[in-house]
Design a protein around this ligand. Structure first.
Ligand code: ARG
Length: 460
């Protein structure tokens, strides 16, 4: 026998570097608190069910509680010789209370133990994602309230398309983050399920009480198939997938923050405390944090691809491949929470150059649709109206004259239906105000939407 916890049937001992390759303690110690929590619930249940004596159960629980204290104090040390957090904790417990510690693992396997720790770890942290999202959404609503009437160019293909309001733009992101929020809520439903009691893969012959353990650990549901319990990582994949979608949203907004703070756009200015300078160019003010969030989106996608690929084709039930699940999730959890918070900070201190935004809607041709629609309401078939306005735009581009600066004679020469109310119609303010269709950019709509969305946040 070797000295390993599982060393009974072994005669030869692996080299240290081989053990190190198999070990996970350098990262799974992040689940130390969850491991102790799970073990306390398990030991309590073993005592209650008379699988071990009440005294043994009490001794084990007391030992685990004292390990909890040491963990909080930061005095626990782990050893790579003990491979992972589960065997490290058992070794520490044995040091503390002696051989009775060996009874803790009755009716349990590391397979259902690691699954339980991992579920708990994610379950404990999903609320932090939700809180951070709520704060970001609140910040968006505040900014949208200030800018419900701030007119700017709306883009398609990054070309001026039609005027919109900056408030309307901000609410578009509010909607995306609302869906993200709902996705994480659903993710929580699939995380909030107890695997413990599945044992290695087939269940156990001991008269365990899984409902009791679920209650102790505050799980709302219990895995009803032991094979699924130990081999399911969907909750982790859902988390990574939700995180990838959320980061994609952040990266799109990041791109706009970066682009819009350039000299060429000059729509916005990030506050100094969310910008950086250059070591050589004294004039520089860079949107480093927005860039970094955009960059970290790649890392998040990578984590999702990594775990999907790890899980692909794995036969049931547990396989050691699955030890690769945790680092991705740990990393992405930190990444998303930090990225959301950076965004909340950046948007909170954002300076918006309203005049500049408005100005870009005044000498472009983003009111061309208004003129075509105007002609259509006067009975000109829309296709024909489109062609007439296209000609006028061409003429305007050649003479550097926006539509609203053309004389009535010029306009009427193109289409006699045009009257002098056209100048009101062509104003970007009018273009925005008239877009009152459900979901449109009209200021009145934006204000209504802000109230509707505020109620959603209040209901959380
Ligand atoms: N460290 C392992 C993991 O993270 C724990 C489960 C090990 N189980 C086993 N049968 N080798 O997946």
């Amino acid at each position: 026998a070797t000295t390993k916890l599982w060393g009974g049937r072994f005669t030869a001992k692996a080299a240290e570097w081989v053990d190190e390759f198999g070990a996970s303690i350098h990262f799974d110690q992040q689940m130390a608190a969850e491991d102790l929590e799970g073990s306390i619930a398990h030991a309590t249940m073993l005592g209650k069910q008379a699988i071990i004596t009440p005294e043994e159960s009490a001794q084990i629980v007391a030992g685990l509680k004292s390990l909890q204290e040491e963990l909080t104090l930061g005095t626990l040390t782990f050893d790579v010789k003990n491979e992972d957090i589960h065997m490290n904790m058992e070794a520490l417990l044995t040091e503390k209370i002696g051989a009775v510690a060996g009874k803790l693992h009755t009716a349990r396997s590391r397979n259902d133990q690691v699954a339980t720790d991992f579920h708990l770890w994610v379950k404990h942290r999903l609320p932090h994602v939700s809180e951070a999202l709520t704060e970001l959404q609140e910040t968006l609503l505040t900014l949208a309230t200030t800018h419900a009437g701030t007119i700017m160019s709306g883009y398609t293909h990054l070309q001026h398309a039609q005027p919109i309001t900056y408030g309307h733009y901000l609410l578009a992101y509010f909607e995306m983050f609302q869906r993200d929020y709902e996705r994480f809520e659903f993710n929580n439903k699939h995380t909030d399920i107890l695997p413990l009691g599945a044992a290695a893969l087939a269940g156990t012959t001991f008269p365990i009480d899984r409902e009791f353990v679920a209650e102790q650990l505050d799980f709302s549901d219990i895995y009803h198939n032991s094979l699924d319990a130990v081999s399911d990582r969907d909750f982790a994949l859902e988390f990574l997938s939700n995180a990838a979608i959320l980061m994609m949203h952040l990266s799109r907004m990041a791109e706009e923050l970066i682009l819009w703070s350039t000299y060429e756009f000059n729509y916005i200015e990030l506050s100094d405390d969310f910008s950086t300078g250059s070591s050589i160019m004294p004039q520089k003010k860079n949107a480093d944090f927005a860039e970094l969030v955009r960059g970290k989106t790649g890392r998040t996608y990578g984590a999702l691809m990594a775990l999907l690929t790890t899980m692909k084709s794995l036969p049931l039930a547990y396989n050691k491949d699955m030890q690769e699940d945790k680092e991705q999730v740990f990393d992405v959890m930190d990444t998303v929470i930090a990225s959301i918070k950076i965004f909340t900070g950046m948007l909170g201190g954002l300076k918006v150059h309203e005049k500049r935004m408005l100005a870009t809607t005044q000498d472009d041709f983003s009111n061309a649709t208004e003129l075509a629609d105007y002609l259509a309401t006067k009975g000109v078939p829309f296709r024909e109206a489109h062609a007439i306005v296209g000609q006028l735009v061409l003429q305007g581009l050649q003479t550097h004259t926006p539509l609203q600066k053309m004389s009535l004679e010029t306009l009427q020469a193109a289409a006699p239906q045009i009257e002098d109310d056209i100048y009101h119609v062509l104003a970007s303010q009018t273009a925005v105000d008239r877009r009152t269709s459900l979901g449109g950019t009209a200021v009145s709509n934006v204000k209504k939407e802000i109230i509707r969305n505020q109620k959603k946040l209040e209901a959380r």
